[in-house]
Design a protein around this ligand. Sequence first.
Ligand code: TIU
Length: 230
Amino acid sequence: MVTVAAARPFPYTFDPATTALLVIDMQRDFLEPGGFGESLGNDVGQLRRTIAPLTALLAGARAAGLTVVHTREGHLPDLSDCPPAKLNRGLPSKRIGDPGPKGRILVRGEYGHDIVDELTPLPGEPVVDKPGKGAFHATDLDALLAERNIHSLLVTGVTTEVCVHTTVREANDRGYECLVLADCVGSYFPEFHRVGLDMIAAQGGIFGWVADSTDVLAVLPTTPVLQPSS
Ligand code: TIU
């Protein structure tokens, strides 16, 4: 067991062998111009500060032998898995499925839907495609984690108050202990980011814990932990 002493609201203890690094929706559609994020009127540059610390954390997690799981938000080409309420919500300049400079917006298989080059998954790392904001909704994430005996999640990705928050709430209700890495999650709205993190750690850690990635890197083993046999 290792402990992140600086976590708030109190130290976070985890067993690296039963912990996964969850990387949520680090897709070009959210982080680069011409995608879904920009079509909603957002400044995608706000999210890019997460890439460098997340690259370092990913390297540390891989060296420690942690399970690494990536997610991507997106839809089938015929949009049959996109509820009309989601398709029509907001006043986007382009809607989900419309053609854009990086391919059809938020559609699986398109260039913009995939993960940014800096954080490309390694072969063997699960990539969970999700139609919703939460990573557990309509996916096999819970089964995939159970199969690997995962009980704790180091949560990273975008955006803090949307897909990260939804996923942390889902995970908390399913019994996972979530540590959200403040510098590895990002929002188009700095104030939502700050308050979103405060919400997680408030009330004695109502949804989980919050810390910086350097606090985790300082305690991660530098050689691979043995994965429990499955
Ligand atoms: N719009 C926004 O902030 N986020 C999303 O639509 N999806 C994710 O957070 N991944």
